[in-house]
Design a protein around this ligand. Structure first.
Ligand SMILES: O=C[C@H](O)COP(=O)(O)O
Length: 248
């Protein structure tokens, strides 16, 4: 087994029922992608999107609760995501870490809950600009990986996304060497944290566009992307899917 190539779109808190037309456009633009294609819409759109997406496009949640069920107003259980048609869930996105104070331990507990119902957890890590400027990027990533990956994680049930916080939605990206350094480090660090670490998909996220996707996908140990803004337009996301299909 080799790492699966994955183009993952995160719609964040964007979109409505009318926006599901983008799914039809994406299917038309990429009728037979070789890579896996995933869209993670707001939770209210999961079920209708799954019904529209067919077999070519997987759908996923953007968060789940660590508990299986119960009195947690406003939260969503992993089993409910699965029931709505999800096969993946994004966990520990920096926006959730910042907006909701999520810790590495909470991310690990959520990932364990996702695994328990058969969802693939996309666990996000990434440094702030201040941390990069301080030269502590790899320390931060190492700490987040060690704390956010639960026991039982393996290459089949877990994807890791490296998203520098300062590159998200800013149009700024790290240099190709900086991305390579972090991805090589993550591949190395995963050994010991999960079974089959060499086969775990490692995504880069942060201002990925059709224009820079090919050079990012050419980097060793970059197995795909977690895409925010460019996933909202089918034509842009299709360009990224096409670039991933063309990558070695
Ligand atoms: O989850 C996606 C990332 O936060 C990247 O967002 P962006 O592509 O808009 O920079």
């Amino acid at each position: 087994m080799a790492p699966r190539k994955l183009a993952a779109g995160n719609w964040k808190m964007n979109g409505n029922l009318a926006a599901l037309d983008q799914i039809d456009e994406l299917r038309a633009a990429c009728p037979a992608p070789a890579c896996d294609v995933l869209i993670c819409p707001p939770a209210v759109l999961l079920h209708p999107m799954a019904a529209r997406a067919g077999d070519m496009i997987a759908v996923g949640g953007q968060d789940c609760h660590a508990n299986a069920a119960g009195a947690h107003t406003g939260d969503i259980a992993a089993a409910q995501l699965k029931d709505a048609g999800a096969t993946y869930v994004i966990l520990g996105h920096s926006e959730r870490r910042a907006d909701h104070g999520e810790t590495d331990a909470q991310v690990a507990a959520k990932a364990a809950a996702a695994h328990a119902v058969g969802l693939i957890a996309i666990i996000c890590v990434g440094e702030t600009e201040a941390e990069r400027d301080a030269g502590s990027t790899l320390d931060v990533i190492g700490t987040q990986l060690a704390g956010s990956i639960p026991a039982g994680a393996d290459a089949a049930n877990t994807v890791i996304a490296y998203e520098p916080v300062w590159a998200i939605g800013t149009g700024r990206t790290p240099t190709l060497d900086q991305i390579a350094e972090v991805h090589d480090f993550m591949r190395d660090r995963l050994t010991g944290h999960m079974a089959g670490a060499g086969d775990c998909s490692l995504l880069y996220g942060g201002s990925v566009k059709p224009g820079n996707a090919a050079e990012i996908f050419a980097i060793a140990n970059v197995d795909g992307a977690l895409v925010g803004g460019a996933s909202l337009k089918a034509a842009d996301f299709a360009g990224i899917v096409t670039a991933l299909d063309a990558a070695n």
